[in-house]
Every structure is written in structure tokens, then in C-alpha cells.
Design a protein around this ligand. Structure first.
Ligand SMILES: [Zn+2]
Length: 334
């Protein structure tokens, strides 16, 4: 009887958390949120590979669930919506959202003509189109802080700045964009996920000049606790003005064995006045230890088969842990 009571209390405690899973889709995006009301929100779906779908399915099942309540596609690139069809064969996906309607073509995505018909087949209709200022309707649990998924930007637009607000001191001298990219990446949704005071930014693959609009001259975002490094850590994204402005306590790099965590992005994160604590799915073997997180914060060290994800668990008060897989190295942040 005593044991049963203790385990019931433990279950109630963990169910109060917002859990965030970064699923290893080898350089794509697939971020699963499980709310205290036990709703699942999948932001992007990796590539059209059976093992990507299986990993997303496993993450949902490890939370004791078997459905996706809300599936948000940040933009129409194969590493962000390619896994949706295969996943829809494994579990039901109830609501679809995107930042722009189904495009006729995407110039910089050679897989588009194969994948878009599959996505439409999985969706059986049209995704709801999200605009800056929109909020995904979520179930809440009374007695716990509110969970919110808010749209900060999408389709090259952003929420409005507060009128008469101060200009952002993090902007300073203009930064020179490494490359102007106005393609599909620039259209990405920019999402703020909040649980009470806790704040997590996922900006998909949005690129440098759009990030500039999010931070300068007015700061549209504010500080965040947790940051999913934009565009897998590529230097075409991760404008220092934005990163210095959001000042993330913890940054997660959803990179792949051969993709992402590029040097300028890592320098910005690790060289800031208050450097972020960085975790990554993989090490960048070209840049050396100075521009990688320490080994204990890398989910899939070189020479291992891959497939391990990262997981954050956010308590109602905002304290959160980040952990490798279900049982790997774990740290707590307040
Ligand atoms: Zn991507």
C-alpha cells in the first residue's frame, strides 16, 4: 500500500512536467512536446526514412501515448516534413499546421515532388495556416501553469513591436550576413513554447536577415531559458544579434553526423558574455573540441551507431533538466 502510494505520487509529479524530446533525425528537425495534459505536439518530422518515423513513434510511446495531437511543419523542406507520411502509418495525427499553404514547388528541395503528395495523403486535407500572433489551442491542467505555443513569425512576417519600446542594446553595429537567403528557410515558422515563466524558442531554419528583424531594432522575443539552435547550427542562420538578445541559458543543437554546428554559430553560443550551456546530438568532427560541447553533453559520440536523442523535462516552477536518452548524462538548470 505504501509503495503504491509512493509511485502514484511520483507519477503525478512527472505528469506535471512539460517534456521536450529532440529526436535524432540525422540533421533534420523533429521536436516532440508532451504537455502536462498529456497532449503531444510534434514540430517537424525529419526525413522520409523508416527509422526516422520509428524513432518519433518510440518517443511518443515512451511517454505512454500513441497519437500526435498537433503536428506543426515549420517549412516545406524534406528534413522537416519528410517523415510525416511514414509516421501517419504508425499512429494517428489529429491536427496539422504550417506557416504557408502547400507550395507548388520548392526550388531548393529536390525531393519536393515526391514528398508533397505523400504529405497531402497523410494530411487528408489542408493544414491550418499559422500567422504571427496565433496560439495553438491546448488543453490545460488546473493548478499548473499554462502551456502556450505562440507563433512569433512565419512567412517572412513577425509579430509587431511594442510601440514606443526601447531599441535593443544587443544590436550595436550591424552584422554582415554570411549569405542572403530568401528561400524556403526564410519562410520558417518561429515558435515560442512557454510553460509558466519557462520559455523555449524553436525558429525552424529561419535565416540571418529574418533573425535580424526579430531582434533589431526592437527585441520581439526577450530572454529564453532554452533555445533549439536554428537551422541545425548552420552559419547561414544564428545571427549573433538574435542570440545575444535571447541570451539562452541552454542551447540544444539538433545537428547530424555530417551537418550543422558550424563554427560561427558555436563561437556565438560559447563565446557570449554569459555562454549558453550547449548540448548536441552529434559532434562536429571538423571543428575540434573548442567549438563542440564537452563529450558528456553529446548524445551520439563519434563511433557510436546514432539514434540517441536529447530530452528536457520542465517542472511547473521552471526548473528543468536536460538528459541524453532516457538514462544518460543529466543536468538540472534553475
Ligand atoms: Zn532543416
Amino acid at each position: 500500500m505504501v509503495c503504491l502510494l509512493a509511485s502514484a505520487i511520483m507519477l503525478a509529479a512527472s505528469a506535471a512536467n512539460l517534456d521536450i524530446y529532440w529526436i535524432d533525425v540525422e540533421g533534420g528537425g523533429a521536436t516532440l512536446l508532451v504537455t502536462p495534459a498529456r497532449e503531444t505536439i510534434l514540430i517537424d518530422s525529419g526525413e522520409n526514412k523508416a527509422h526516422h518515423a520509428a524513432r518519433m513513434h518510440d518517443a511518443v510511446r515512451s511517454a505512454g501515448l500513441n497519437r500526435i495531437d498537433h503536428h506543426i511543419v515549420t517549412h516545406w523542406h524534406a528534413d522537416h516534413y519528410g517523415g510525416t507520411y511514414a509516421l501517419s502509418k504508425l499512429l494517428p495525427i489529429r491536427n496539422y499546421y504550417a506557416g504557408t499553404p502547400f507550395p507548388d514547388r520548392v526550388d531548393d528541395d529536390p525531393q519536393f515532388s515526391v514528398l508533397m503528395p505523400l504529405f497531402k495523403k497523410a494530411n487528408r486535407g489542408k493544414p491550418r495556416i499559422l500567422a504571427p500572433g496565433d496560439v495553438i489551442p491546448l488543453r490545460q491542467v488546473s493548478g499548473y501553469p499554462e502551456v502556450r505555443v505562440r507563433v512569433i513569425g512565419g512567412n517572412r512576417r513577425q509579430i509587431a513591436a511594442r510601440s514606443g519600446g526601447p531599441s535593443n542594446l544587443a544590436c550595436g553595429a550591424p552584422v554582415v550576413a554570411p549569405r542572403f537567403d530568401d528561400g524556403e528557410n526564410a519562410m520558417s515558422l518561429v515558435l515560442m513554447i512557454e510553460y509558466g515563466k519557462f520559455r523555449f524558442l524553436n525558429a525552424g531554419d529561419v535565416t540571418w536577415h529574418i533573425e535580424e528583424r526579430l531582434a533589431c531594432p526592437a527585441d520581439l522575443i526577450g530572454k529564453v531559458d532554452l533555445f533549439q539552435v536554428t537551422h541545425h547550427g548552420l552559419d547561414r542562420s544564428n545571427n549573433p544579434h538574435l542570440i545575444r538578445s535571447i541570451q539562452p541559458l541552454v542551447a540544444v543543437v539538433n545537428n547530424g553526423p555530417q551537418k550543422g554546428s558550424e563554427p560561427n554559430t558555436m563561437r556565438t553560443l560559447l563565446g557570449a558574455k554569459e555562454p549558453a550551456v550547449v548540448w548536441a546530438l552529434y559532434a562536429n568532427l571538423k571543428t575540434g573540441p573548442d567549438l563542440n560541447p564537452p563529450a558528456q553533453r553529446i548524445a551520439n559520440p563519434a563511433g557510436t551507431p546514432g539514434g540517441r536523442g536529447l530530452r528536457a523535462s520542465v517542472q511547473p516552477g521552471g526548473t528543468f533538466t536536460v538528459q541524453i536518452g532516457d538514462d544518460g548524462h543529466k543536468e538540472e538548470y534553475r
